[in-house]
Ligand binder design. Structure first.
Ligand code: NHV
Length: 851
């Protein structure tokens, strides 16, 4: 085979054939009506019936008040979509016409010009049909009938002798398990219910001659600094009746680099042709995760060339990297960590849920804001959790460009599912489609079968409700789906990637010794009502979920509630709290750690502060405990509507205290102060790949009223890619009991230029045991279009200072911080909605003002 390959040292000048392929967008001018009603309205494609009905004001704003209840009827009806489009005689001359629906949600029949094209039963796949023989000059007609996901599959439920558990599905009839459709549409413990129907991804018609490339996979067999060994797998679909000689040309280059090519002469036969083109790149520029260097991306293109003319091509951006998941028995149990380009990576990140209940609202701008938040918080990993959908291309493109590793679940969460042949065949199709769609993205680091399905079968008490036969069925279904079917398909289509049957693997938060084995979801805090301090002790090998709720800030609450609803027991607030234990748990924790305010607005603020501090406590414990623990992905990054939830960023893109805390703990070099057995241990936690030597650690004990009680200086190094205890102080020698209630420990890491490269503030107690002083914060503001600068100063310590502005999504350089006595702190707030003239009001709050 090697002999057929020639490495050309010049760029071959190839031109497209005179009539290159053309793609016609079919997203415009759709109309929709409830089936048999004949009341046609304009439809947005991509979109959903519910989204259009809301846009047309036939349905009310579902986020407001208790409106969620009044939009539910739509899910039980069938809905029709139709459109016409015109083709010219010229366009009909192409050899082939491929109609593509990138995604239909979910159960639908599709018709074109008097023929039924296909039936859709899976939201997560595309549909491609050769329609050349059906197209006409002039008007062509498309029609899609969507069936209610509830009623369409009701007979399957009615013939089953039990109801599936599906505890997050908000309706009594648990229909979510029967459809391959985004589980969160049916409700979740942070989500409203909106079981949508619609054309949720674009529609287009591709006209082409002779052949097309259906798939192009650049498989990375091995990658090191010296050499990348790749195989390009290309699938060409040929229309020609006779065998045709053709060349497959693969070219690749970094941006601004000269193109290199590799080619192979082949004979195309009618139908599917599979071609492999091996390729080696010496001294490749590797794709590095965020914080470790550049995520270099090569442009790869595969072309089909006949008679020196290009007749088909396909391109991908390829990052060359070697990602291994090291899940091996060791002295402590079983490791679980990601090794990237030969080095162990401490994973820092969060669990991502779909960013909109009406998921088609997630446009490019949405993904850009999302990834801005991810990068700003110093994350290097994000988990696409199994209760949503396989994300849009833009998501993975940004992850590729920014060096963010993606933990990709298959879409199953928190309940067993059917496992009959037809169901599994549908799942297999979905897995094949999505693995092929996503396997070229360097960011995709792991395939994971599901979220908590096995955990639910083992530990959620199903055995008390279901017979032994049913329980056996759940286990059998689990093994068939997640231990046989899916790993088999991953092995076949993306063999270099690690497959985990489900998350967590075997660890369970109720069984502490199990935390030493693989990844864990620690829900003892929140669901188990344990104090945050347990996070110091119950450290897993890899934390793939842990979390704590808060209300979103008042400006977000005001979008769905009015003054009269400002009570955690009001109907409106309860309809925006989907966790069964929600508001009660928040209050219970607040009583444990804070002086719980009676006023609603203060309660919301203190809750935000508490979530930030509690989660910081956990994140620090995880990072401090590397290499035993090698990553932490908290629950949850974002929201899908305005709601009380575990998120660090609310629906309107306002950072909660937690997101700032995550950013600080995840800094490339962070400091951590941890008290154990009467000793304050100070750690450097570094993700840099080189040591930082000759730093000065400065530890200051400062009274809340401003007196510097003590100061210690010590030369330390911040060891590369490690967490290391660099200094210890006996508390008894350092601060008296009274001082512990009245002072803060300010710890700084100072480089040779005298600059603080890391700081951490340590309080000996939670706020209800501190003597926080009353103090007034002075503020001065300078107003500019797009940016306000706020300078803050307080005579005494002001804890958890919150700077508020009633502009959704305004960005701050910092917020929810502690202001040391006499310290001047400059806060910048940016938003295109801020004007110099408008002088939008800014309010400042701190903890001592709430009690
Ligand atoms: O409840 C918060 C999140 C969920 O939104 C999401 O499904 O995978 N959460 C909690 C748990 N897992 C997840 C753990 N579940 C339980 C804990 C305790 C008892 C029952 C269930 C995420």
């Amino acid at each position: 085979m090697k002999k057929l390959l020639t490495l050309l040292s010049f760029i071959p000048i190839l031109l497209w054939a005179s009539n290159p392929p053309t793609t016609i967008d079919l997203n415009n001018e759709w109309q929709f009506s409830q089936t048999n009603k004949d009341e046609w309205h304009s439809a947005t494609v991509p979109g959903s019936v519910q989204h259009d009905l809301i846009r047309l004001e036939i349905l009310p704003n579902p986020y407001f008040g208790t409106n969620e209840d009044s939009v539910q009827w739509v899910e039980d009806e069938n809905w029709d979509f139709k459109k016409s489009f015109q083709l010219t005689n010229e366009q009909l001359k192409y050899d082939g016409a491929l109609l593509t629906f990138e995604g239909l949600d979910t159960h639908a029949d599709v018709f074109l010009n008097g023929s039924k094209l296909f039936h859709s039963e899976n939201m997560f796949v595309n549909h491609q049909t050769s329609v050349k023989h059906l197209l006409r000059e002039g008007d062509n007609y498309l029609y899609v009938r969507f069936y209610s996901p509830i009623q369409h599959l009701m007979p399957t439920r009615l013939t089953n002798d039990f109801e599936y558990p599906a505890g997050n599905d908000a309706r009594d009839e648990k229909m979510s398990v029967y459809s391959r459709k985004a589980p969160y549409h049916y409700g979740w413990d942070w989500g409203m219910r909106l079981v949508q129907m619609g054309i949720w991804r674009p529609v287009h018609l591709t006209l082409y001659n002779k052949s097309r490339i259906d798939d192009f996979f650049v498989q990375q067999e091995s990658v090191s600094d010296e050499i990348a060994k790749l195989t390009n797998y290309i699938e060409v679909y040929s229309l020609a009746n006779n065998a045709t000689s053709a060349k497959i040309v693969v070219s690749y280059a970094l941006p601004n680099q000269e193109k290199q090519t590799e080619e192979k002469t082949i004979t195309l036969t009618k139908g599917v042709n599979k071609i492999a083109v091996p390729l080696e790149i010496a001294n490749p520029q590797l794709w590095m995760p965020n914080g470790w260097g550049e995520p270099h991306l090569y442009n790869f293109t595969a072309q089909v060339v006949v008679n020196d003319e290009i007749i088909a091509e396909k391109s991908h951006k390829i990052g060359l990297r070697n990602i291994r998941v090291v899940a091996k028995p060791d002295e402590q149990g079983q490791s679980f960590y990601f090794e990237v380009n030969g080095k162990p990576l401490f994973a820092k990140g969060a669990n991502y849920i779909p960013g909109e209940i009406m998921n088609t609202l997630q446009d490019d701008g949405y993904y850009e804001r999302l990834f801005d938040n991810v990068v700003a918080a110093n994350m290097n990993m994000i988990r696409v959790w199994g209760g949503g959908f396989y994300e849009n291309k833009k998501f993975y493109d940004l992850a590729d460009e920014l060096g963010i590793l993606v933990w990709q679940d298959f879409m199953f969460a928190c309940t067993p599912h059917p496992h009959d042949d037809a169901f599994l065949e549908n799942v297999a199709h979905e897995a094949r489609y999505n693995i092929k769609r996503l396997r070229n993205h360097p960011s995709v680091a792991i395939w994971c079968g599901n979220n908590e399905v096995l955990e639910s079968i083992k530990y959620w008490g199903y055995d008390k409700v279901y017979s032994k036969e049913i329980m056996d069925g759940f286990r059998e279904g689990y093994d068939k789906t997640f231990r046989e079917l899916l790993p088999g398909i991953v092995m076949e289509l993306d063999p270099e990637k690690f497959y985990l049957h489900g998350s967590p693997d075997t660890a369970n938060w109720g069984r502490i010794p199990s935390l030493s084995y693989g990844d864990a979801h620690y829900w003892g805090v929140w669901h188990g009502r344990q104090p945050f301090e347990v996070l110091d002790k119950n450290v897993p090998r890899f934390m793939s979920e842990f979390g704590f709720q808060s209300f979103p800030e008042m400006k977000t609450i005001r979008t769905f509630a009015t003054e009269k609803d400002f009570d955690i027991e009001s109907e409106v607030m309860k309809s925006h709290q989907k966790s069964a234990i929600g508001n009660e748990a928040i209050k219970e924790y607040m009583d444990m750690y804070y002086n719980t305010p009676s006023n609603f607005e203060d309660f919301v603020y203190v809750g935000l502060v508490m979530q930030g501090q509690g989660m910081k406590h956990g994140l620090e414990a995880h990072r401090r405990n590397r290499p035993f623990c090698m990553g932490t992905l908290y629950w949850q990054l974002n929201d899908s509507w305005p709601v009380v939830s575990w998120s660090g960023v609310d629906y309107y893109n306002n950072w909660k205290a937690m997101h700032y805390k995550a950013r600080d703990v995840f800094a490339p070099i962070a400091l951590n102060v941890y008290q154990e057995d009467g000793v304050l241990d100070i750690y450097t936690m570094s993700d840099n790949l080189t040591d930082e030597n000759n730093l000065t650690l400065k530890v200051s004990l400062i009274d809340f009223k401003g007196e510097l009680i003590k100061q210690i200086e010590q030369k330390v190094d911040a060891k590369a890619n490690a967490s290391v205890k660099v200094h210890s102080i006996a508390v008894a020698d350092f601060a008296t009991t009274t001082q512990q209630e009245n002072s803060v420990v300010n710890v700084q890491l100072i480089d040779s230029n005298g600059e603080a490269i890391a700081t951490s503030k340590y309080f000996f107690y939670w706020p209800n045991k501190l003597n926080l002083p009353k103090t007034k914060i002075d503020k001065s503001i300078s107003y500019q279009d797009g940016k306000y600068t706020v300078t803050l100063e307080s005579k005494y310590l002001a804890k958890d200072v919150f700077v508020e502005i009633p502009i959704q999504g305004a960005m701050y350089n910092d917020n929810f911080f502690d202001l040391l006595p006499g310290e001047k702190k400059v806060i910048t707030i940016t938003s295109p909605e801020l004007t110099e003239e408008g002088k939008t009001a800014i309010t400042v709050k701190h903890l001592r003002e709430t009690y």
